[in-house]
Design a protein around this ligand. Structure first.
Ligand code: AMP
Ligand code: GLY
Length: 425
């Protein structure tokens, strides 16, 4: 197949790598891609990837068999609809279904209709309503912007004044949700959906805070690991957990959207909180998660291209669950100095040869570019890349991943040192 992957992050790099690893031997193109993706496939400039007509025109003129949309912005802009209308298979939901990610209020409404377990939430459009909601649900307070907020829309705090200030900031741009505070362990579980049937991938854990010990500000994600050994203790095996989430969360949501004639075709990211045997949804995303994808896809044994094409073509029914290698994968994000508030960019990164020389290590690039007139890579954003190591167990995977991270040289580079520490102990 000739497959076009839209996006430019570490997630898209991991998707491209997995597609290129298929025995079927696909031709993979990326747009816009980044310096790391350009090392493994052709990157094409098709302009703004959130411009639905421009993307659809390019796809029509380029004999593409499958389009895979990485980030949320093009999905919410309706790029998948424009491509699908032209009869080309596309892995990614249309605008209406992508609202599961684009509007937290919509997601809560779908969950209520589908009977999916989640925390209580109250919508507030004014300061008075926000105050009332905070007092009704009590602390710790959880306040979320309703729309997309680039990872900055959520505040969890004991401080009522801070919660109210956060609400005030986002009320200027729309409504906010005040949510019941949920406790437990967070799990990200991805499902491939063809609009009717779903197939699960393997669970992962994301580390959202900047600093070790879950301190510091929220980020786009500083690391991840997969699988989650502790799930087996709680649920008698990963499969039992995954089946429960499939039956109580993913399938009811997908069937609900199918009934509404707004089918969800693509990746349903279930952000869950698990306490004992109780599973509740924190959020949905309408695309692969980052950095979880970087640790989930390298463990996938079933060819990815076939799975994504089957989902895009309405052919998942009756297919066996994707298979995963029994290896531990640990991913550590290297971020720029100043991330997340004011990342310093344009700095060179050295040491790729040594890092990639560590057994079982791969690197998914996010914010890298080549410096004109040299082979050096320079940073272009906050989260620069994800180093991922696979090994037989977490202890070895952690040792490898940190050996590789230490081999990289980025002035002011930041990373967490405790990714998967618990899984390795
Ligand atoms: P979200 O963008 O909705 O994933 O929220 C970002 C992070 O905030 C989550 O990963 C959780 O750590 C935390 N969070 C969000 N909602 C809640 C909640 N209702 N209770 C506790 N923590 C939450
Ligand atoms: N890992 C969080 C996200 O992709 O939104």
């Amino acid at each position: 197949m000739r497959i076009l992957v839209l996006g430019s992050g570490a997630r898209e790099h991991a998707i491209v790598d997995a597609l290129l690893a298929d025995p079927a031997g696909h031709e993979v193109l990326a747009s816009p891609g980044n310096a790391g993706i350009a090392q493994v496939c052709e990157c094409v400039d098709i302009g703004d990837i959130a411009d639905d007509e421009a993307v659809a025109d390019y796809v029509m003129g380029s004999t593409i068999d499958l389009v895979v949309i990485g980030p949320e912005a093009p999905l919410i802009a309706g790029v998948a609809d424009a491509i699908r209308e032209r009869g080309i298979p596309v892995f990614g939901p249309g605008r209406a279904a992508a609202a599961l990610e684009g509007s937290k209020a919509f997601a809560k409404a779908v969950m209520a209709e589908a009977g999916v377990p989640t925390g209580r939430a109250l919508r507030a459009a004014t300061l008075a309503e926000a105050e009332e909601a905070l007092d009704e649900l009590g602390g710790p307070y959880v306040v979320k912007a309703d729309g997309l907020a680039a990872g900055k829309g959520v505040l969890v705090t004991e401080d009522r004044a801070a919660a109210l200030a956060h609400a005030t900031a986002y009320l200027e741009r729309g409504s906010v949700l005040v949510e019941e505070h949920l406790t437990g362990r967070e799990v990200s579980l991805f499902f491939l959906s063809d609009g009717h049937s779903v197939l699960p991938l393997s669970p992962a854990q994301d580390y959202k805070r900047l600093l070790d010990g879950d301190q510091g500000p929220n980020t786009g994600g500083m690391g991840a690991y997969s699988p989650l050994p502790w799930l087996s203790d709680a649920f008698g095996g990963e499969e039992a957990f995954v089946r429960t989430v499939l039956e109580t969360v993913a399938l009811p949501v997908v069937r609900r959207l199918e009934q509404e004639d707004t089918p969800f075709i693509g990746l349903l990211y279930c952000g869950l909180i698990v306490e004992g045997a109780d599973i509740r949804v924190i959020e949905f995303n309408a695309r692969f998660g980052d950095p979880e994808t970087q640790v989930v896809l390298p463990r996938l044994a079933t060819p990815l291209g076939r799975l994504l094409f089957a989902a895009a073509s309405g052919e998942l029914e009756g297919m066996p669950w994707p298979e995963f290698r029994d290896e531990a994968a640990v991913g550590v994000v290297l971020a720029s100095e100043g991330y997340p508030d004011a990342p310093i960019t344009g700095r060179p990164v050295y040491g790729f040869g040594d890092a990639l020389g560590v057994p079982g290590v791969r690197i998914s690039h996010a914010a890298t570019a080549t410096r004109e007139g040299s082979d050096d890579l320079v940073t272009t954003g906050g989260r620069v890349l994800t180093v991922v190591a696979l090994a037989e167990d977490f202890r070895e995977a952690r040792s490898r991943v940190y050996q590789a991270v230490d081999a990289l040289d980025l002035e002011g580079g930041q990373y967490r040192t405790d990714i998967a520490a618990e899984a390795a102990s």
